[in-house]
Design a protein around this ligand. Structure first.
Ligand code: AMP
Length: 304
């Protein structure tokens, strides 16, 4: 089963207490695709780049099994650029610079060959752009997941609410869940958000794991305690890529399988933070992933 992923392909400058990395490969689609490709092939990418985007990044994505037919290159254009600095606690970060460049006029074009795909990951973008991707599909997919952020709740709430009616799984963090629902309790927030459309809600809680909601069922996934977090950039996208790659590969949208997918997504995210940018994802193999999944399971295993 292929996975269709929409998002950014970007250059990032990242500053953390461990050092800095400049003009490295970034963007939500880089992380989603590299994580999902561990489970599923092809990952069909819909994105936009400028002529400056390094050929070696594209070749690497292709080698991993990404389909780049839906990646538009704008002649003479510059790729999306983002710079951020993490606080000493590695949780908060400040955006130092965002240059939309070719993203400013991004009008996603879903190639004919992607239009019957059943698993769709809408990475964090303008909600109207996320909707335009769904408009171009030939059918109702089996599972559409969407990532968004507080910025879109501030500036495009109506568009966001419109696209939420068309998706199955919303992936946001705890702060965003509180903002979207206007509720402090995550349980009450989840109930309100599910009324907005998505059947499932996943709330990421950073170093405290993730919650999965469906109806009155809740699953709590732990986060691994890591000796060193070097760069948290892309953790959310990597989580989403691992989750959706696992779901597409297993072609099973039951609550039990979603629980497994949350663990695989969490395992992928635990790798990416160990080094700058997507570097750690480049060298991973399936045996390492399975070993880490085992650690997640044993972390909460108790005989009663
Ligand atoms: P995350 O750490 O999961 O928020 O993802 C970080 C990635 O998101 C970076 O590689 C950035 O290039 C990309 N990014 C940052 N800001 C935006 C934005 N406004 N729209 C789309 N992508 C962004």
């Amino acid at each position: 089963m292929p996975l269709l992923a929409v998002g950014t392909l970007a250059y990032d400058d990242v500053y953390t207490p461990y050092g800095e990395a400049k003009m490295i490969q970034g963007g939500s689609c880089s992380y989603i695709a590299m994580a999902a490709a561990q489970f599923v092939e092809p990952v069909q990418i819909v994105s936009v780049i400028g002529e400056d985007f390094k050929e070696e990044y594209l070749t690497d994505l292709k080698r991993r099994g990404a389909d780049l037919e839906g990646v538009e290159t704008i002649a003479g254009g510059k790729s999306f650029y983002w710079a951020g600095r993490y606080h000493d606690d590695m949780m908060g970060r400040d955006t130092l610079d965002t240059q939309l460049n070719v993203l400013a006029d991004f009008d996603p074009k879903v190639p004919e060959s992607y239009r019957r795909t059943d698993y769709i990951m809408l990475g964090n973008l303008t909600p109207a752009v996320q909707s335009r991707v769904l408009d171009q599909l030939d059918h109702r997919p089996k599972l559409v997941a969407l990532d968004t952020m507080n910025f879109w709740m501030d500036v495009a709430l109506d568009d966001l609410k419109a696209v939420l009616k068309r998706i199955d799984v919303l992936i946001i963090n705890d702060e965003e869940a509180r903002q979207l629902s206007g509720e402090l309790s995550l349980l009450t927030a989840a109930a309100k958000i599910v009324e907005m459309g998505p059947k499932n809600l996943i709330i990421k809680k950073g170093e405290h794991g993730a919650l999965l909601f469906e109806g009155d069922r809740v699953f709590s996934a732990p986060a691994l305690l890591l000796p060193e977090v070097v760069d948290p950039t892309g953790a959310g996208d990597t989580f989403a890529g691992g989750l959706m790659g696992y779901l597409a590969a297993s072609d099973d949208t039951s609550f039990e399988n979603l629980k497994r997918a949350v663990i695989y997504g969490s395992a992928m995210a635990s790798f990416v933070v160990e080094d700058f940018g997507p570097r750690r994802l480049r060298e991973l193999d399936r045996a390492q992933i399975d070993e880490r999944v085992e650690r997640f399971v044993s972390l909460t295993n108790v005989a009663l």
